[in-house]
Design a protein around this ligand. Structure first.
Ligand SMILES: O=C(O)CCC(=O)C(=O)O
Length: 254
């Protein structure tokens, strides 16, 4: 998948982009089924909400063949390479299920401030690309973005209990400046990309509709982590460039 000039422009202006109809229903079914199975296991990489509901499964591409092959899929790698302009390696892989009724919020934040201070990533040349595994709406916990906020650069955010949520005064200032908040809605199989400095968060899911999203974070090979502090299943230490393959997802499940 190569982004068009108009898509690149939209990404550069807003700091995020939704690309429609990228993964087929069959592929999404397979990815969804694997993620359900992953959350049935208790492992240190699988994190839960306070009430026990699943919150995040980190690093499952390291032990699941379907997810491993997905990380090389050209539909994910090529558009990020287009933006970053260099070969990429996998910095992070995760599934956030935001389960029906019990999915908790993610407060406003920039990803790069954590990548920088906690993972030792020098520059904001890492990037998220995500696959919607369910239909995502503003009601069931879509990611919300402050358009153009990536243009502000990294904003300091103190570490509070291992997270660097943005200070409320900064969130308020940026939303006032942008005079907009956009919920990135989409259908299962759509892809969402966002810059490491784009301010985002998501509300809790009190609907009966799950909102599963799978994220791959790639980083430019030359921008490898210098002194990472977080666990290696969160901030990977294998800085080998990914070799891209076309149509890997169905190949791996057939
Ligand atoms: O999945 C979500 O709702 C938000 C995830 C997120 O922003 C994060 O993990 O940093």
């Amino acid at each position: 998948m190569k982004l068009t000039a108009a898509q690149l422009q939209e990404f550069n202006d807003n700091g995020f982009l939704v690309v429609r109809d990228i993964f087929t229903a069959e592929e999404v079914d397979a990815l969804r089924a694997e993620s359900v199975a992953i959350f049935e296991h208790e492992r240190s990489e699988v994190w839960r909400e306070k009430n026990g509901a699943p919150r995040t499964a980190f690093g499952c591409h390291e032990y699941n063949e379907l997810f491993r092959s997905l990380t090389r899929d050209s539909r994910l790698v090529i558009p990020v390479e287009q933006i970053i302009g260099e070969k990429l390696y996998i910095h992070q892989f995760k599934v956030n299920p935001k389960v029906a009724f019990d999915g908790d919020p993610f407060p406003w934040h920039q990803d790069f401030v954590t990548w920088h201070y906690d993972d030792g990533m020098p520059e904001p040349r890492g990037m998220n690309i995500a696959i919607m595994l369910d239909d995502v709406t503003p009601n069931n916990g879509a990611l919300m973005f402050v358009p153009g906020s990536h243009g502000e650069g990294m904003i300091e955010a103190p570490d509070v209990n291992g997270r660097r949520w943005m200070e409320r005064r900064d969130v308020a200032r940026l939303i006032k400046k942008s005079s907009d908040i956009v919920a990135a809605s989409g259908k299962a199989g759509d892809v969402l990309m966002f810059h490491g400095n784009t301010v985002h968060g998501s509300a809790g899911n009190i609907t009966p509709l799950p909102r599963r999203i799978l994220y791959v974070t790639y980083n430019a090979v030359s921008n490898y982590l210098r002194e990472p502090k977080r666990a290696s299943f969160i901030a990977h230490r294998t800085f080998e460039p990914v070799d891209t393959v076309v149509g890997q997802v169905l190949h791996a499940v057939s």
